[in-house]
Design a protein around this ligand. Structure first.
Ligand code: PLP
Length: 354
């Protein structure tokens, strides 16, 4: 804001060029992180929800069929339910098991001749389980695959081109360590979906038609350059440290956390019991106390801030048996330490005894 407070792609002057460089570098960094050879296929949005809406509205036409799962966030389910009402889109929801895992064979069995899309959450924001994306793509063949990577981007290796992912939406503010209000969408070059928003792009200004080239096609209006600069710093940090290294660190934290939590009487843990194919996102309940009571005590007495309730994913809670009260959710990140995990365990222990 202080040094490069100009609009990228809107002028030829120095500061505008510098702002455009910041946006370009962030896009390049994301392409490197996600295994994409041409960064123009990644477009910036205001969050994962906006990217998911471009993908769902663009892909699903009248009476198309879509396959999704019982682990989806409302940012997928609400647009889908809307499209069912408005366009007669038919939705098949494949049930996950009690740990939140989805069987690729069940996804394949749900396909129909008019299936236009499979939309799947990569990593659960409720119980942390990872879905086997590459196997799912193999199982569904040519049917386009939309991956909601809000929870995995930056904390779990993602390889878009290797795994044949067609569309992938991500949040900037979670494990990519960017500011709130950033995110994006990858769209495979061969997919010709229309944008949701049209307007000024700084390019082809002589025409009153939306440019059909990327990223401009999907990026109308002034970008959140400051947010994208912050996202770029997060992405650089991740690339320097290595996403594998970050994931291993988080799995070590998870190991400590789960192992100690299991010893506390009255604590009920949900989701996968091992650290295999998982994120350090842990849902639990304390017998005899509501999730909001536990969350309140963690905040007020222990300075630990967690999210309680349904986490915008009611079906996921139905799947694991915690609807309608939900759970208390802990999530460790790249910058957390073993010491902090032990403090969190001690806090849960005290609450369980009280
Ligand atoms: C799995 C999942 N999908 C989508 C979203 C929506 O992300 P955003 O807030 O960036 O739109 C979230 C956010 O909590 C999420 O956890």
């Amino acid at each position: 804001m202080v040094h490069v407070g100009a609009n990228p792609g809107r002028s030829g002057h120095r500061l505008s060029a510098q702002a455009a460089r910041i946006v370009f570098d962030t896009r390049q960094g994301l392409a490197e992180l996600f295994g994409v050879s041409d960064s123009r296929q990644i477009v910036f949005t205001s969050n994962a929800t906006a990217g998911l809406n471009i993908a769902l509205h663009g892909m699903l036409g009248p009476r198309d069929h879509v396959v999704t799962t019982s682990m989806e966030h409302n940012s997928v389910m609400r647009p889908l339910r809307h499209l069912a009402r408005e366009r007669g889109v038919r939705i098949t929801v494949v049930a996950a098991d009690r740990e939140g895992r989805v069987d690729p064979a069940a996804i394949r069995e749900a396909l129909e001749p008019k299936t236009r899309l499979v939309a799947i959450n990569h990593g659960s924001n409720v119980v942390g389980c990872i879905q086997p994306i590459a196997q799912i793509k193999e199982a569904i063949g040519k049917v386009p695959l939309l991956v909601d990577a809000a929870q995995t981007a930056g904390s779990y290796p993602i390889s878009i081109e290797r795994d044949g992912i067609d569309l992938l939406a991500f949040s900037g503010h979670k494990s990519l360590l960017g500011p709130a209000g950033t995110g994006g969408l990858y769209v495979r070059p061969e997919l010709d979906l229309p944008p949701l928003v049209r307007g000024g792009t700084g390019s082809r200004s002589e025409s009153d038609q939306q440019p059909d080239f990327r990223p401009d096609k999907y990026e109308s209006g002034t970008l959140n350059t400051c947010g994208i600069a912050g996202l770029g710093a997060g992405v650089r940090f991740i690339l320097e440290r290595g996403v594998e290294t970050i994931h291993n660190h988080e799995m070590n934290l998870l190991d400590v956390f789960l192992e100690r939590l299991r010893r506390i009487e009255g604590v009920v843990l949900y989701g996968p019991s091992s650290t295999e194919a998982r994120l350090p996102t842990v849902s639990l309940n304390v017998e005899g106390k509501s999730p909001s009571q536990v969350g309140g005590l963690l905040d007020k007495r222990h300075d630990i801030m967690v999210r309680v309730g349904l986490h915008c994913a009611p079906d996921a809670h139905r799947t694991i048996g915690t609807f309608p009260d939900g759970t208390v959710r802990f999530s460790a990140g790249a910058l957390n330490t073993t010491d902090e995990m032990e403090q969190a365990v001690a806090a849960v222990d005290e609450i369980a005894r009280s």
